[in-house]
Design a protein around this ligand. Structure first.
Ligand code: CUO
Length: 691
């Protein structure tokens, strides 16, 4: 065998993500790459495969530092079972494994240690920890993560489809080389009999689930990670997911999502994921309709928690919100307010206690663990005491939880607490909203030379399922159907009446024009439906300015998911654009930027606002903005969140009672300010006719 070695750090680490549940010695990279372990006692049958002769060999020397006892609790989660970041015991295991990986020095060292650990720890935990470390280590900034869709196809397509592909492969003539194709969607997991299934295509979209996994990798609780405004971003990113879900629901004539207000009544909607865990064949738990949440008694994975605990924690959090302060472990008051000039905003403090991040909560024993345990209670409601030995439901896993309708009911409860807090804050004053000297004359969108009509419909994207699952070394392609839209441009005419140039932040939001009763909404009703579409800085010259911006540049979206093939073909990856890529790998999927609207067209509104960049700007050492993708949802690598205003500004607070001497009832009253503008658009759903 040719002893060619790996070309760069990317290649060195990439193959650790392939075939997570197969032995590390199994040929990877379409049979071209093989890890060769020194003093390997695995039977040679594992490493040889008829018809393949790997051309790249990756030598892995014996390592004394990865004996089982060095791994702490990392080995406590059984192979093939689910890994839940919402469980304290699993977070501890993750911390132990990440600590082992963090001690390594450079890609080669990490590759050797990880290759030795592979097969000794749970598959999802392994992928989690290696991803976490790649994202955290400065020297690995040029390494990018392959998409979860290819690492764990079984989280995205039903087991039935994967088994069918396996059968097809088994029956194939060995000389046949074309790939087997698995088509999935847009029917997804349920029939239209249940209204909730009308939005399955959205909840089960691969991109939003991958985004959620990636976001929590960057902002994990209980991992000693203290990123700038982490708590506030937990609030904002999830609030925006709910707003987007509601826009989608309104498009389909469904009511807005209801918070999970009462844990003592059955949950109306069940969920049957039809997926398996870690490509292992073990099925995720299913929840019947009308399942009553029960006390958590899975003693094998965590301390018992009662529904009563959730109720007490919520009451304490509400008490703190209404009193305007939390009480820390010394009994001292910690004020909750957003208009602070230094230190953490109230929303950040509240979020750390609510999520909860035990490392950062002002008083973890008192305010508890409402959100994480909420996930756990729901994830185990079908088998709360392990009587049936059933696996957790998908709502327990970061990469699958958005699939289940109950996720949104839980997060609506969480958001309701945040909104309760936000409403205690004084409204923005006119001088905080108004920017004298700049005026928006007109603003709107243009797509293919047509103004103000945006088009959505179905599209498909292909991934290699055979990177995550071994189909006897044969190529198997997943063809996933997903919502998409035609790209468009924003056009904004701005008059700068000042005699000098001016830098402004442009904020663009989208919301439905009418509520579920087809009525126009007042400011308060529409307030939490506004979805950020974009936010960027513009340099205005004196006089007239015409700003054009592409929808593809959005401040919330990510570039395309990177496949194994993309990464195999990538160069050494050391330009500054590439070096920040992983972080930018976080972000809302571009194909989900718009809600689907309706076939006959649905009325939406755009809200534009200009604010003073001199006041918005955050000084970051180094000053270079290395990557702008997904920044509003994901922040920036090694830098502070790049907008000084509270996230969601200006809709995060109740409205000023009057502006310019007139009462404020609707968002249009904000648009009376010269630096703001509202514009109607129509979104039409074309179905299959998009392309
Ligand atoms: Cu993202 Cu509950 O925080 O799923």
């Amino acid at each position: 065998m040719n002893q060619r070695t790996m070309a760069n750090d990317q290649q060195r680490l990439l193959y650790l993500f392939e075939l997570p549940q197969e032995p590390i010695q199994t040929p990877r990279g379409g049979g071209s790459v093989q890890f060769k372990l020194e003093n390997d006692d695995t039977p040679p049958s594992v490493a040889t495969r008829v018809g393949f002769s790997p051309s790249v060999s990756v030598p892995v020397p014996e390592r004394k530092d990865v004996a089982l006892q060095d791994l702490g609790t990392a080995t406590s989660i059984p192979m093939g079972s689910a890994f839940s970041f919402f469980l304290a015991s699993h977070r501890r295991a993750a911390r132990d494994l990440c600590n082992v990986f963090m001690k390594t020095n450079g890609a080669e060292d990490l590759m050797q240690v990880a290759a030795r650990v592979h097969g000794k720890v749970n598959e999802t935990l392994f992928i989690y920890a290696i991803s976490f470390v790649i994202l955290r280590k400065k020297e690995l900034h040029s390494v990018r993560l392959p998409t979860m869709v290819e690492v764990f196809p079984s989280r995205f397509v039903p087991q039935e489809a994967l088994s069918r592909a396996q059968l097809q492969v088994n029956r194939m003539d060995p000389n046949q080389s074309e790939a087997v194709i698995i088509e999935h969607g847009p029917e997804f997991s349920g029939s239209p009999v249940k209204p909730e299934h009308r939005v399955s295509y959205w909840r089960e979209d691969y991109g939003i689930n991958v985004h959620h996994w990636h976001w929590h990798l960057i902002y994990p609780p209980g991992m000693g990670v203290d990123r700038d405004r982490k708590g506030e971003l937990f609030y904002y990113m999830h609030q925006q997911i709910i707003a987007r879900y509601d826009m989608e629901r309104l498009s389909l004539g469904l009511p807005r999502v209801q918070k999970l207000d009462n844990w003592r009544v059955p949950i109306e909607d069940g969920y049957f994921p039809k997926l398996t865990v870690n490509n292992s064949g073990r099925a995720w738990g299913s929840r019947q309709d009308n399942t009553l949440p029960k006390d958590f008694r899975r003693t094998e994975i965590g301390d018992p928690v009662d529904i009563t605990d959730l109720e007490i924690w919520r009451a304490r959090l509400l008490g703190a919100i209404h009193q305007g302060y939390m009480v820390d472990r010394n009994g001292d008051k910690v004020p909750l307010r957003d208009d602070v000039t230094s230190g953490k905003r109230g929303i950040d403090i509240l979020a750390d206690a609510l999520e909860a991040d035990a490392d950062h909560s002002v008083n973890f024993p008192y305010y508890g663990d409402l959100h994480n345990i909420g996930h756990d209670i729901l994830a185990f409601s079908h088998d709360p005491d392990n009587a049936h030995k059933e696996e957790m439901g998908v709502v327990g896993d970061l990469g699958t939880s958005l699939r289940d309708p109950v996720f949104f009911r839980l997060h609506k409860l969480v958001d309701d607490l945040f909104q309760e807090y936000k409403l205690t804050q004084p409204p923005y004053k006119e001088e905080e909203l108004f920017l004298p000297g700049v005026r928006i004359g007109r603003a709107g969108v243009v797509r293919d030379d047509e103004a103000d009509v945006l088009l959505t419909g179905w599209n498909t994207r292909e991934f290699e399922a055979s990177r995550g699952i071994d189909f006897n070394g044969r190529p198997v392609i997943l063809r996933l159907t997903h919502l998409d839209h035609k790209p468009f441009d924003y056009h904004i005419q701005i008059n700068n009446d000042l005699r000098e140039p001016k830098e402004v932040t442009v904020r663009i939001y989208l919301a439905p024009k009418f509520n579920g009763r087809e009525q126009e909404m007042n400011f308060m009703e529409q307030r939490i439906l506004w979805c950020e579409l974009d936010k960027f800085t513009v340099h205005l010259k004196p006089g007239k300015n015409h700003v054009v911006r592409s929808s593809k540049e959005s401040s919330i979206t990510n570039l395309e998911e990177l496949t194994f093939k993309d990464l195999e073909n990538s160069g050494p990856g050391n330009s500054s654009e590439q070096s920040a890529f992983n972080f930018c790998g976080c972000g809302w999927p571009q194909h989900m930027l718009l809600p689907r609207g309706r076939p006959e067209g649905m009325a939406f509104q755009l809200f534009f606002m200009l604010t003073d960049y001199a006041k918005d700007k955050v000084s970051n050492p180094g000053g270079v903005r290395r990557c702008a993708n997904g920044v509003s949802f994901c922040g920036m690598q090694d830098a502070k969140y790049p907008d000084a205003r509270p996230m969601g500004f200006p809709f995060d607070r109740r409205p000023a009672p009057t502006l310019q001497g007139l009462p404020v009832n609707t968002t249009a009253d904000y648009a009376r300010l010269g630096n703001a503008f509202m514009h109607d658009v129509t979104i039409k759903f074309l179905g299959d006719k998009l392309n």
